[in-house]
Design a protein around this ligand. Sequence first.
Ligand SMILES: [Mn+2]
Length: 290
Amino acid sequence: MKSTFLGFFPINKLSDIEERKSVLLFGLPFERIKATPGGSKKAPDALRKQSMEFSGISSHFNMIESKSSYFDFGNINPIKEKEKIKKIWKKTGELNLRLLVLGGDHSITYDTLSQASWNEETAVIWIDAHADLADEYPPGIFYSHGTVFTNLKKDNSLSKNQMLLIGGHAYTQTIEEFHKLKNKEVSFIPMHQFFENKEKCMQSIRDFLKNKDRIFLSLDVDSLDQAYVPTLGTAESFGLTPYLLVEILKLILPKASYVDIVETQYEKTNKIALNFVVCLIFKILEIWES
Ligand SMILES: [Mn+2]
């Protein structure tokens, strides 16, 4: 490992973790198909490096004095190192770990969550400008960043009460995913509703969480308005604001044992998206700690 994320202790073997509820970070620097512009596979190492520009201390949170232990397991290749991901889930079960995963494109969510153990009280929530519910994307490709939640639903026989999309508002030209949302094949709170009736949306999230004991959260950075993350390959207007995202995270994170952050793309001269995701990671750690 070249460097670790600020405040995280680098480890080579999972047996080095002994403390319950530790946060285990790892990267999946992987893009399943060639997209223009690509670059999300560079994000795990770039985020680690960029984190060193920060102190990890804010008015609400001091990473250095945190009660939790933070470990960085480096990067994993989701095709060649499937076994490693399996071992991480085993360790997570034994010690109640909290996983923080850095993608990669959105297809990595399938690599991690298809190896998790699911029951009726387990659910996945994805915060995303897009639904990622295509059957094929692009045509002829069944496993990509555009089909993640179709595949998770199918392969784990998930019901709509186990799947919640928050913040969707832009859909692919293959209109099947739009129909799936219309037919309520998954639970869904579209972006515009937050601005029409925010409290109703917050209550919908609380209701969804009520009978769940374990949440897997997948956070696509393009759920944020492009003003905050201008270098993404699929940047969208009329998206989430950072503080609205934090309010949503405060509801979800207490039950989330897994968070991934995907599709972080940046330019050499424009580090806004990287800085945003570094600060988002501090926020996630802060909410987990509180
Ligand atoms: Mn996505």
